[in-house]
Design a protein around this ligand. Structure first.
Ligand code: ADP
Length: 498
């Protein structure tokens, strides 16, 4: 009975009721407005200085450089009539030492990759006609112009000293120049902006780009007169600015840092939370904290944890997908994750590597040798069905909360955008809006998309002026896979138009 009570209280803590969902969305709308009015608010609402929209007729050849956690990618993007694109690309592994050393070495490496890419692809660029480059630099940047900005902070394991406050685009320009490469850094942007632009190339009614992967973030198209903090000397007074549109990078990881509205649990507090409890990076760790608490209270695995589960970050978000997907009567895949991957309910000396292998693409694969081993030594489950059911419930609670929070953020962005009469007319009279979504959480987590859509519908139904969006196919979410390359090329194209 004590167990039932605890489970019921977990359900209550993690469930976001419709009224709470609306309260979070309303807060998000308020924070968006605050961020548009002033610098330094919780939602940074970064002005990308990328103006205008795409209609799919854009053509041209652009180079892009994308720097992420482990790889650097150089891509040549050729856009031709009819929204066609051809890409040639090469990925380069980033030496971990470059991430923590002198910035000059890191940027030199970027230029050398570009140089070798051009050489390998036989691309000669005349001095007088440089190739335009879109630079996707997905770290927090205070954007100062379309192709300039200053690094606010390193993330993703980077810490090259002396870089904070410097302009990454300028550093790239210097190293390109010193190598004599005729490449012009025309746009500096992040991956979410790329998601928006590349989706818009194929679906011109795209108004939002959403990233749901390691972290979470969104970019959207804003009417310039609503950006109160804009530089009037560049963008003009309201009358002048009302005919222009700019892409805004929300940087919503910091939403509700003041903890006014989000239903934080003690399990969230244990995680160094930086991303609104949506980020893929944190979901496994939050789940691990809940499971440990249940173990400590002797509600799971007879009170026995394992060395693996005791270790922070060992419960991968990928395991959650495997667990969510398991509909076998005995929860066999949950058993394999718990017993084989995490050595729960077992003598740890017998720990083997039999288990569910999760590939980054999110597909659970069973290596043939692993299956053979399992078949050779069939053993009794060491976790009970009740253990496995509780674990599945915890995973579902954490996963669903994340999808509903993503819905609150997206609902807020759409409401803010539609609050503009012109945007609303556009949607009502024409074919609705498209949302480009990138990230493994959205792509691979079972049920994430449907929970997100349900949350959105709940929000629209609660808001009379938004209820027109409830109609089928008015809001279309689509997976967008190549934002950081095609998107950066399109950003470079828009930059050259300005
Ligand atoms: P990034 O956001 O770093 O550009 P991704 O979009 O691939 O890259 O996101 C990676 C994150 O997505 C991982 O940190 C992990 O938390 C989560 N993730 C990856 N695969 C899965 C999966 N199968 N199920 C759930 N989450 C996943």
């Amino acid at each position: 009975e004590r167990q039932q009570k605890t489970v019921a209280s977990l359900v209550q803590e993690f469930t976001i009721e419709p009224t709470k969902l609306k309260a979070i969305k309303d807060r998000f709308v308020i924070e968006m407005r605050k961020g548009l009015a002033r610098q330094g608010e919780t939602l940074a609402m970064v002005q990308t200085h990328i103006l205008g929209r795409l209609d799919g007729s854009e053509t041209g050849t652009y180079l892009t450089l994308d720097i992420g956690g482990t790889y650097l990618r150089v891509v040549l993007v050729e856009l031709s009539q009819g929204s066609k694109m051809i890409t040639r690309q090469k990925k380069y592994a980033i030496d971990p030492l470059l991430k923590v050393g002198e910035p000059k070495l890191l940027f030199d490496f970027m230029a050398s990759c570009i140089g070798s890419f051009l050489l390998a692809n036989d691309i000669a660029i005349p001095k007088e006609c440089p190739l335009e480059l879109g630079f996707t630099f997905s770290f927090p940047v205070l954007q100062t112009g379309i192709n300039s900005g200053t690094l606010i902070d390193w993330t993703k394991g980077y810490s090259c000293h002396g870089m904070v406050g410097k302009d990454p685009a300028e550093l790239l320009r210097q190293v390109l120049l010193s190598r004599g490469l005729s490449v012009n850094v025309s746009v500096l942007m992040n991956d979410t902006v790329g998601t928006l632009l590349s989706h818009a190339y194929l679906h011109p009614r795209t108004v939002v780009g959403l990233g749901l992967g390691t972290g979470s973030n969104a970019a959207y198209i804003e009417r310039v007169d609503r950006i109160v903090k804009r530089d009037i000397s560049i963008y003009g007074d309201d009358a002048e600015a009302s005919s222009k549109e700019m892409v805004i990078n929300i940087e919503f990881g910091a939403f509700d840092n003041e903890r006014q509205v989000l239903p934080l649990t003690m399990y969230d507090n244990k995680v160094d939370r930086k991303s609104l409890m949506i980020a893929g990076m944190y979901l496994g760790e939050i789940t691990r904290n809940v499971l440990l608490d249940l173990i400590d209270n002797r509600f799971l695995f007879q009170g026995q944890s394992s060395r693996k589960l005791d270790k922070p970050w060992e419960f991968l978000t990928e395991y959650m997908s495997v667990i969510e997907e398991d509909v076998t009567p005995n929860l066999e895949n949950v058993r394999r994750v718990l017993e084989d991957n995490l050595a729960l309910g077992r003598d740890e000396m017998q720990e083997t590597n039999v288990g569910v292998d999760v590939k980054p693409e999110g597909i659970a694969v069973e290596a043939s040798s692993q299956i053979a081993t399992a078949e050779l030594s069939p053993r009794e489950p060491t976790t009970t069905l009740s253990d496995r059911q509780i674990v599945k419930l915890v995973v579902e609670l954490v996963g669903q909360r994340s999808a509903r929070l993503a819905a609150a953020a997206l609902g807020a962005i759409l409401e803010h955008t539609m609050g503009c009469t012109w945007a609303r007319d556009e949607v009502e009279s024409e074919e609705g809006v498209d949302i480009g979504v990138d990230g493994s959480l959205y792509g691979f987590y079972p049920g994430f998309e449907s929970d997100l859509v349900c949350g959105l519908e709940e929000l629209f139904a609660q808001e009379p002026r938004m209820s027109f969006l409830c109609k089928k196919d008015k809001v279309r979410l689509g997976r967008c896979l190549d934002g950081s390359s095609v998107g950066a090329a399109l950003g470079a194209l828009l930059a050259t138009r300005q």
